[in-house]
Write a protein that binds this ligand. Structure first.
Ligand code: BTN
Length: 246
């Protein structure tokens, strides 16, 4: 499943590099990692704080036949793969926040950013980017605009080691993407729900100027958040939506 692994010292963004590789004809199974990112990208146009030799920055390139529609729930399945990898490294109680934040003790431990290249209707190349805070130096953390944590803190002061986390991550990510195209999100739904940090909690969803309050009731088989309001249960599909506790 793993075709090529490039480890860079410093790069702009491993996602940007994997997208460049896709444009240049590199195929599925290409992995790019780096010690440092100078322009690490987060969701919704944010930066991803990426200091040297402290954390994990990794992007996997994969190809999907079915176009964008075949990718529903993929970012949630990546979140499941990340938490399973962390569990293999001895970290209990990592949780998921819809659509795909990795949390520990209500603070952000890692994130997932999917980017696509190619035709949304035909076969497309997808870059699955994963960032995990392993030993975030306080000097770098000033740039983070939300509650954050790292694996060292979450693991009682002991880092499981970046190499071990990287290996565990690839062990889960590669078989997951290989299976996803045939099955979609369904086989990961149960595992996602078990790690859902907001199960049955009051939440507020925001998208631009719009706000919607309700109770989070997990996700459906397509990875859509199930938001219960006085009108009933609505399915909310990803995109630029963010969620916070009410
Ligand atoms: C988020 O906002 O939660 C998503 C963060 C994703 C960060 C990772 S680090 C490796 C890859 N390269 C990037 O530039 N971003 C992703």
């Amino acid at each position: 499943l793993l075709q090529q692994f490039d480890l860079h010292s410093v790069i702009d963004s491993t996602n940007a590099e994997a997208l460049r590789q896709a444009e240049a004809g590199t195929g599925a199974g290409y992995v790019c990692s780096a010690e440092q990112q100078t322009a690490g990208r987060g969701r919704r146009g944010r930066q991803w704080v990426s200091p040297f030799a402290r954390n994990l920055y990794l992007s996997l390139l994969w190809e999907f036949e079915g176009g964008a529609a075949a990718l529903e729930g993929l970012s949630l399945a990546v979140g499941v793969a990340v938490t399973q990898a962390l569990e293999d490294c001895g970290l209990e109680a990592a949780q998921l926040k819809w659509p795909n934040d990795i949390l520990h003790d209500d603070a952000k431990l890692g994130g997932v950013l999917l980017e696509m290249s190619g035709d949304a209707a035909g076969p497309c190349a997808v870059v699955l980017g994963v960032g995990i805070n392993v030993a975030m130096p306080a000097s770098a953390a000033g740039g983070i605009d939300q509650q954050w944590t790292d694996l060292t803190t979450a693991n009682n002061g002991v880092s499981p080691g970046r190499n071990r986390v990287m290996a565990a991550l690839l062990n889960h990510l590669l078989p997951m993407v290989a299976q996803f195209e045939t099955t979609g999100f369904v086989p990961w739904r149960e595992a996602w729900m078990q790690r859902d940090a907001f199960a049955d909690s009051p939440v507020i969803l925001s998208s631009g100027d719009q706000r919607q309050a309700g109770t989070a009731r997990g996700v459906n088989e397509r990875g859509a958040l199930q938001l219960e309001t006085s009108l009933g249960v609505q399915s909310i599909y990803g995109g630029e939506i963010s969620m916070r506790p009410a």
